[in-house]
Design a protein around this ligand. Structure first.
Ligand code: ADP
Ligand code: ADP
Length: 236
């Protein structure tokens, strides 16, 4: 089954005011399990708006968004929040870590918000993910003492904490130097290959997009290109 189906998604801002503007003009797209998708397009074309809608952070003005065949557009705020927490992980350009917390505490945060109190299983899960992003030795370091690349790797571990079906990443490497960007991207790619988690990644970096198995281009609120990247992996 499709993991995600968008049908005729439109989004307007400032609805009912003189400056009402439609920024997504009927997006149709289907994302399948295990895909690793690059979302590209010029600044202001609607990529973040689309990611916010897919991530259930914002509602479309019209159209349908289904997750595993279930229409989400009629769900209550509470139901959306619960569905979001259990199915979607987020990575942003800025890491949004809690700087005074340790790496482990940051990764535990989504589990803590879900279960209410810390337990050993959460700690083990956080440590496993920190090992996975190669920060096992840094687990007790506060986020503020870590480099940009390390902070973003903690943010990735945190995004994976609830074992999401889909990770949405909005320019996750945009603030990083080339080597750190490469490392962060490769971690997501490896997690996708080994664990099957689906990723949708906004990037302006063509070299990184070439390592995705599908590339979707958005221009002025419309999908102008959606292609399978047959050469993916062959340039490495
Ligand atoms: P991208 O991520 O591709 O840069 P965005 O989704 O951020 O594009 O923005 C698409 C358009 O929507 C832009 O013209 C932007 O100015 C506008 N926009 C984004 N967020 C808002 C908002 N909260 N209110 C009004 N306009 C917005
Ligand atoms: P990573 O080690 O996660 O790849 P970066 O590539 O972002 O980190 O690191 C950029 C530079 O900062 C590197 O030269 C790295 O050696 C250095 N660095 C790494 N960790 C720290 C830290 N905690 N404080 C200051 N500099 C650091």
């Amino acid at each position: 089954a499709d993991l995600l189906a968008l049908e005729g998604i439109r989004k307007s801002y400032n609805v009912g005011t003189p400056v009402e503007t439609e920024v997504l003009h009927g997006i149709n797209v289907t994302i399948h399990p295990r895909e690793f998708v690059a979302l590209m397009g010029p600044s202001g074309s609607g990529k973040s708006t689309l990611l916010n809608i897919i991530g259930l952070l914002d509602r479309p003005t019209s159209g349908r968004l289904s997750i595993h065949g279930e229409d989400t557009t009629q769900l209550s705020e509470a139901a959306l929040t619960s569905l979001r927490g259990h199915t979607i992980g987020f990575v942003f350009q800025y890491h949004y870590l809690i700087s005074a917390f340790t790496a482990r505490e940051n990764v535990m945060m989504p589990m803590l918000l879900d279960h209410g109190r810390p337990d050993d299983a959460m700690e083990r899960r956080a440590d496993e993910l920190l090992d996975w992003v190669d920060l096992g030795k840094w687990r007790n370091n506060r986020a503020l003492n870590m480099s940009g690349g390390q902070q973003q790797r903690v943010a990735i571990a945190r995004a994976l904490a609830m074992d999401p079906l889909l990770v949405l990443a909005d320019e996750p490497t945009g603030n990083l130097d080339t080597a750190s960007a490469d490392a962060v991207f490769e971690l997501m790619r490896r997690f996708n290959r080994e664990r099957g988690t689906t990723f949708l990644i906004v990037t302006h970096n063509h070299a990184l997009a070439d390592r995705c198995n599908r590339i979707i281009q958005v221009v002025d609120g419309r999908i102008t290109e959606d292609r399978i990247n047959l050469l993916e992996g062959h340039s490495q």
